[in-house]
Structures are given as structure tokens and as C-alpha cells.
Ligand binder design. Sequence first.
Ligand SMILES: [Fe+2]
Length: 137
Amino acid sequence: MKICAWSPEYSVGVASLDEDHQELFEILNTLFTLMADGSDDKPILRILRELMDYTRYHFEAEEKIMAQMFYPDLERHRVSHQKLVQLMDEFYKEAQNGMAIFVAVKVANVGLEWLKNHILKEDHLYYEYMTKQNLHF
Ligand SMILES: [Fe+2]
């Protein structure tokens, strides 16, 4: 079942980061599928863990590239990343206490909205900067 997918409008002009974003959409999609199937806690916790780990890995990669391009708004962007990481940590703890499927619904909806908004509004700002400076990564 495909609930969400990356499309070219989400491109940030860096192939490796576009691939990361595609993977994040895929993980969210898996979460939506588990929810639709009425999954038990264990597989949901596994996917939530995967989502958190991949998100952390991706934010690090993105921040590293922003630093390499001397992106002036890096600190504000980093704070936005940190807030999501904290929120996901809270959700994960909640899911560990049982009835993970209810937490999964929150994570999937909040996560998907966050991802779409963040790419289109915040990531696209470094894309714009990169284009203006004629930088390529
Ligand atoms: Fe970002």
C-alpha cells in the first residue's frame, strides 16, 4: 500500500539527500501499512526505531553538507532537526509502554506532515542558497 511517496517537487538539489528523503517516505509508508494491518507492538517498535535511527543519520548528513556550503542559517535549521528528534524520542518511550499502534498513528501523521513541510519550507531554503552561490554537492 502506498500512502505517501517522494516526488520531484521535494528535490533539494543534492542527490544523496534526496535519496535519504525517499527512504524516510518509504519508512513512513511501512508504518502506515503496519497500522492498516492492525499490527502488534513489536513490528511497530522496530519500524519506529528504524525511523528514529535513519532520521538521526540523515540530519547529521544534511547538517554536514550545510556546513560545507557555509549555509548562514545552519543553526536555526539544526534546532528544527533537534526538536523533531526530541519529539520522536518521546513518542518512542510512549510506544514502549504498550498500545504502540496508537502512537504509530501519531508518529505517521505528525512525521509525514513534518517531513513534507520541512523539505518544502526549510530544506528548500538551503537549495535556494546553493543555487544562488552556484554550489554543487
Ligand atoms: Fe532539514
